[in-house]
Design a protein around this ligand. Structure first.
Ligand code: GN1
Ligand code: MG
Length: 360
């Protein structure tokens, strides 16, 4: 790691390196220096991100675009956009022995939450996710590389599940019979977003694609959202992916991998406050079909991640980082419980959005 650090201007000043954050894919470290400035160093998981150069290029393009808008509006830019740090030879990443690394400025005085029960905080997350869409509304998504093809193609995710179920290479299918049935009985609804995109009923936009609560940094003093992080999956996509995933994680009172299913609940007041923040920023740019599908996207994205966790479980946990043997199964069960909850509150959520939009 010293070799990597020495490629950066701060390399000689490093006083401490410690593991940081809760990512399921990349490895993250917090770097402290004797100038009191801190940095984030990450190893990009190149099994997942097969085109690390393109990943970094996408992030450069998107952060530059947002930073320019902030400059024009004279918003303090360092506070609001992730900032890539360049190496001494001006590269956005370091490649060493076929491993890829990159560094970011550490966002000071801000934290991320794994869960929250505070509607005001979650409203801030809604504003941040909505503003990200708003700022990128005039950015042509064709300029971005597709770094993980079919990332949110739910029917394809379902086909991958079918394949590992058929193969059952690790003898785990018998343990998840109920879960497979639950998913199978809902398979006809898995194409709502891909179909709407294909039919051009909804536009292709620039999307973050991983808008989990812990990817939005909140200022410790003001409780305002200051920065959206983890831009690795920024790609062309539907705004519905970002809305759905944010609600999936943030409006659930429990953690994504909660093993006590009675704690997995959809919290309507969190849902409502996110919608308030999100629509404040986006109601002028969304089309009617996008608005109509907002609640369905919450359902769909939750089904999709359940399918992905279950697929990985049946495939011997090769994709997501796991902390214990049945971790992916626990994740699957928690997310399927959340699907139940979303189905229970479906009409209520639809009505809330309908009312809200009619008053805007
Ligand atoms: C992964 O590593 P992390 O936590 O940022 C995954 C997301 C999932 C998420 C579920 C590239 O994100 O798609 O929603 O885990 N990222 C990738 O916790 O697959
Ligand atoms: Mg991520």
């Amino acid at each position: 790691m010293i070799k990597i650090l020495n490629r950066y201007p701060f390399g000689q000043d490093v006083t401490d390196i410690s593991p940081f954050g809760n990512g399921n894919i990349n490895k993250t470290y917090l770097i402290s220096t004797n100038s009191n400035k801190k940095y984030i160093l990450q190893e990009i998981n190149s099994k997942v991100f097969k085109k690390p150069k393109e990943v970094m290029r996408n992030i450069e393009l998107v952060t530059e675009h947002i930073r320019n808008i902030h400059r024009k509006n004279s918003i303090e830019s360092d506070q609001a956009v992730l900032e890539i740090l360049y190496t001494i030879d001006n590269q956005s990443y370091v490649k060493l022995d076929d491993r890829y690394w990159r560094a970011y400025n550490f966002v000071e005085n801000a934290i991320t939450y794994e869960t929250t029960d505070d509607p005001e905080i979650f409203k801030q997350v809604g504003i941040a996710v909505g503003a990200f869409q708003k700022f990128l509304n005039d950015f042509d998504s064709d300029r971005l590389a597709i770094t993980i093809p079919d990332f949110h193609n739910t029917p394809k995710r379902f086909s991958s599940l079918r394949k590992v179920v058929d193969e059952d290479n690790y003898d785990r299918v018998m343990k998840v019979f109920k879960e497979i049935q639950f998913i199978n009985s809902r398979k006809n609804k898995l194409s709502i977003i891909v179909q709407a995109l294909e039919k051009k009923e909804i536009p292709l936009r620039v999307t973050h694609n991983d808008t989990k609560l812990n990817n939005v940094m909140i200022d410790k003093t003001t409780n305002k959202a200051v920065c959206i992080i983890d831009l690795d999956t920024v790609m062309p996509g539907s705004v519905l992916y970002d809305f759905g995933d944010a609600i999936r994680v943030g409006a659930n009172n429990a953690k994504e991998d909660e093993s006590d299913l009675s704690k997995v609940r959809l919290n309507m007041s969190l849902f409502e406050s996110f919608v308030d923040g999100f629509l404040e920023e986006t109601h002028n740019i969304l089309n009617q079909k996008e608005i109509d599908l907002l609640v369905d996207s919450v359902w769909l994205i939750t089904m999709e991640i359940s399918i992905r966790f279950l697929t990985d479980y049946l495939d011997n946990d090769q994709y997501f980082r796991t902390d214990y043997p049945e971790h992916n199964l626990v994740r699957t069960k928690a997310q399927l419980k959340l699907v139940n909850e979303i189905e229970r509150y479906y009409e209520q959520m639809k009505n809330y959005i309908k009312n809200k939009v009619s008053k805007m």
